[in-house]
Design a protein. Structure first.
Length: 258
């Protein structure tokens, strides 16, 4: 009897660790915007990221994939219309536990089927995108030095179900991290980035036309001053020429005098 109980207990001890998912390895890499000059590095709906080259070497297998997690940073005041699921001006920001702490409350999915897609950003306040084979980020893989987040405008199609790379709907700020996933779930992850704030689009109705009028006035004044300067210069040159002729006449008169 006691031997049977011991066997059951030992079997439970051996099986219990298998039921718990192994936490992913925490890597010291911090995603960041490229430091070099780059056209459109940060826009109103997109931003560039440096590729995580060599970051997952030693952790990834050939079948693994690297994802980018995008979430609202702490302190975000969303432009989500309450209860409508659409983006636009909102009289009040979302409550902090829903939006402000999206990056802090994000939980890694256990499988690809649990990956939060782009279309859930208005409600989940985070999503995953840019699924890439881990081999593409190895040290030996030739590739572009940057990634572009938010450049797939086709993601706005209502029928899209895949985790696509759609335009970011508000200025943010956002935080991002890279997550290595295998067939059994997450294997390694980077740190969260610093908050990334997008540019704000300026509405044509908010542009003050006064600077244009002031600019035209300045041009008119400058033209008048330039004309007056030309007239003054002509008068001075004329006076100098007349004075020269007068002096020459006096000299000729003195020479003729007995």
């Amino acid at each position: 009897m006691r031997a049977g109980v011991r066997r059951l207990l030992s079997g439970a001890e051996q099986e219990s660790p298998r039921s718990l998912p192994t936490p992913p390895a925490r890597l010291p890499y911090v995603p960041h915007i490229p430091p070099m000059a780059l056209l459109g590095k940060v826009t109103a709906t997109t931003f560039a990221l440096e590729r995580p080259c060599c970051v997952f070497d030693g952790h990834a297998d050939a079948s693994d994939a690297v994802w980018l997690v995008v979430a609202f940073a702490n302190g975000e005041h969303s432009l989500l219309r309450q209860g409508q699921g659409t983006w636009g001006p909102s009289p009040q920001p979302l409550s902090c536990h829903l939006c402000c702490a999206a990056s802090a409350s994000f939980r890694n999915p256990r499988s690809r089927a649990d990956v939060p897609p782009y279309k859930q950003l208005p409600t989940a306040h985070s999503y995953m995108t840019l699924e890439t084979a881990a081999a593409a980020y190895s040290c030996s893989a030739p590739s572009s030095p940057v990634l572009r987040v938010g450049d797939d405008t086709a993601c706005r199609d209502q029928g899209r179900q895949d985790p696509c790379n759609g335009p970011l709907p508000s200025p943010g700020p956002y935080r991002v991290k890279f997550l290595l996933m295998g067939c059994r779930g997450p294997k390694a992850e980077t740190r969260w980035s610093e908050p990334i704030l997008l540019r704000r689009a300026v509405s044509p109705g908010t542009i003050d036309p006064a600077p244009t009028r002031r600019g035209s006035g300045v041009v008119v004044i400058a033209s008048i001053l330039a004309s007056l300067g030309a007239v003054l210069a002509t008068a001075v040159l004329g006076a100098l020429g007349y004075g020269g002729l007068l002096v020459g006449s006096i000299h000729r008169g003195l020479r003729r005098a007995p």
